[in-house]
Design a protein around this ligand. Structure first.
Ligand SMILES: Cc1cc2nc3c(=O)[nH]c(=O)nc-3n(C[C@H](O)[C@H](O)[C@H](O)COP(=O)(O)OP(=O)(O)OC[C@H]3O[C@@H](n4cnc5c(N)ncnc54)[C@H](O)[C@@H]3O)c2cc1C
Length: 532
């Protein structure tokens, strides 16, 4: 099948949906999503959205908190845009019906690590679910938008895929759509468009322990990289310090807001330890807290630390964190008001990704990127808590403006595109290889490219990952595509890009910590790391 729209959006999280609603005023929009439309990182976000919404807060403060957390690598123009345009984007969410928590009629602003003031707008502790609900409702009411569930994008369509052979100039690539596997019919369809928005989210599934759902396999980064887009800062993977110990995959998150509310980290034997690492104690930014927990576990030989809420009023804990309280009680038989919560870090967020400017343009013409797949420059070496939902809203809005203002793009001719060619490929019987390779990638990344790295571990990871990736590529070339194989191929490439970027950064900065270079080196490394 071939589908044609003015705009093609890949992904139904906050980045894709908020973009689609805006560009739908200018043409038809097709949105493809690999599974059910609500399955996304967005849907799992608990804490909230950071924005300047009170008289005691200011753009300068939000800017300063973001810049300081990013340890010298945030792009000042992108952060400026984020903090100044954030409040208006948040008000638009309220207009389409998102019900944020209020106290005495005013937005109830929470606090999270790294913020110098209360500024987290939230819907209790299920903020993402509430935003996703309202966005999907608005999408369903918009006749210009068609959502295609169970369509997993395989590859972006560029000059390589046009019916008439074109000269390929690596500096001047154009994107006109994507090939997507209809996972129910098992056919690969062509989705062509004047403008493509890549909003495929994160890549947490590269790691063994992650808060990210199964869909987070780095497909967007991998597809864009293969198409020739610029990708950067892949070494900066944020590990969330507090996920419930032994809660399976994805790991169940205990929101940072719980520490903002007064939760205290202690060792299993009951001692506080965060004062040894940072004067802000349990409210230090995530990288510091994740490192502190990792270090305490290694030092003490424990398997987890405790997050203690027992000193807080039980009724207030239940009122503020109903989702966490109910899930811990019903799924894990743990009453968090009476027992300390056993927690460990897990991979949570990718600060790097497909490089964009502040208007969402990638280095490929016609291709925009927003949300976790992108590298706008907002996060630098570390993301400030609750800045990611905001980043997606602000840069999807800016992308919508730049993509609809460009008559060159919107009126441009879409060339005839070749159908998917899988001649010479077979239905493989060897699916055990796919599941085995996926697990092996996750274990290698967890063991050697985790919170604390070293040259030796990275070199070992590189050798193993190159072998796995070449085997996966060979298997991919002779096999009919399946969702599992597409994801495996993307996971292997993302893992390799993370390792390659990490090997280039011979210093410790933000989320990249290595025992061989313990300090930051501003003379040599005060710049983004480009994957080549
Ligand atoms: C547990 C958890 C809690 C979090 N809490 C917060 C918080 O409180 N505040 C905050 O700011 N951030 C939070 N984050 C981070 C934030 O939720 C994400 O960064 C953000 O939601 C990303 O939005 P997105 O639209 O870029 O991607 P997503 O919401 O992940 O959406 C990606 C979409 O792309 C689709 N997709 C992926 N690959 C393909 C493909 N090949 N073909 C078709 N479709 C594809 C997926 O199915 C999905 O629909 C949290 C993350 C997690 C996991």
């Amino acid at each position: 099948m071939t589908y044609q729209h003015d705009f093609l959006v890949i992904g139904t999280g906050i980045a894709g949906l908020s973009y689609a609603l805006k560009v739908a005023r200018h043409g038809t929009v097709g949105i493809i999503t690999k599974k059910d439309k609500a399955e996304s990182n967005t849907n799992l976000a608990q804490g909230g959205v950071a924005a300047v919404m009170s008289a005691v807060d200011s753009f300068d403060l939000h800017y300063a908190d973001t810049m300081s957390t990013g340890v010298g690598l945030c792009h000042s123009d992108a952060v400026e845009v984020l903090v100044r345009e954030g409040p208006a984007r948040l008000r638009e969410l309220i207009e389409i019906g998102v019900q944020f928590t209020r106290k005495d009629g005013k937005l109830d602003l929470g606090r999270e690590g790294g913020h110098s003031i209360n500024r987290i707008v939230h819907a209790k502790d299920f903020t993402g679910r509430e935003i996703e609900r309202a966005l999907l409702q608005a999408i369903s009411e918009n006749p210009a938008i068609t959502v295609y569930e169970n369509h997993i994008a395989v590859e972006l369509i560029t000059e390589h895929h046009t019916a008439v052979k074109r000269v390929i100039d690596r500096q001047n690539i154009h994107c006109w759509g994507a090939y997507a596997l209809d996972t129910l019919k098992r056919s690969v369809d062509v989705f062509s468009a004047h403008v493509v928005m890549l909003a495929t989210g994160g890549l947490g599934q590269v790691y063994l322990h992650t808060t990210n759902p199964l869909i987070a396999t780095g497909d967007g980064v991998a597809m864009a990289y293969r198409a020739g887009a610029s990708v950067a800062n892949m070494e900066f993977i944020q590990f969330h310090p507090t996920t419930l110990y032994n809660s399976g995959s994805p790991s169940f998150l205990i929101s940072e807001a719980v520490r903002g509310f007064g939760g205290i980290l202690r060792s299993v034997s009951g001692e506080e330890f965060m004062h040894l690492y940072d004067e802000r104690k349990s409210l230090a930014p995530r990288d510091i807290v994740a490192y502190a927990i990792d270090n305490e576990l290694k030092k003490r030989g424990d398997e987890y630390v405790h997050l203690d809420l027992r000193h807080l009023p039980a009724d207030q804990v239940k009122e503020r964190f109903p989702y966490i309280f109910d899930t811990c009680l019903t799924r894990f038989k743990l009453d968090i008001t009476k027992e300390p919560i056993p927690v460990v870090p897990a991979a949570h967020y990718s600060c790097g990704g497909v490089v964009t400017d502040i208007d969402g343009h990638t280095s490929i013409r016609g291709l925009f990127a927003s949300g976790e797949v992108s590298m706008t420059g907002v996060h630098g070496a570390n993301r400030l808590a609750s800045n990611s939902l905001l980043e997606a809203l602000v840069f999807s809005d800016r992308s919508s403006k730049s993509s609809t203002l460009s008559t060159e793009l919107l009126r441009g001719e879409i060339p005839a595109i070749r159908e998917w060619d899988d001649s010479g490929t077979f239905n493989s019987e060897e699916w055990v290889l796919v599941s085995h390779d996926r697990k092996e990638i996750q274990e290698i990344m967890w063991d050697y490219v985790g919170i604390v790295r070293s040259d030796m571990r990275l070199e070992r990871a590189r050798r193993r990952m190159e072998l796995i990736r070449s085997e996966v590529e060979a298997f991919y070339k002779r096999t009919k595509v399946t969702p599992e194989l597409i994801e495996l191929r993307n996971l292997a490439l993302c893992a390799e890009l993370i390792i390659r970027c990490a090997m280039k950064r011979k210093e410790s900065r933000g989320l990249h910590m290595t025992t061989d270079y313990r300090n930051r080196d501003d003379d040599a490394f005060l710049a983004d790391t480009f994957a080549d």
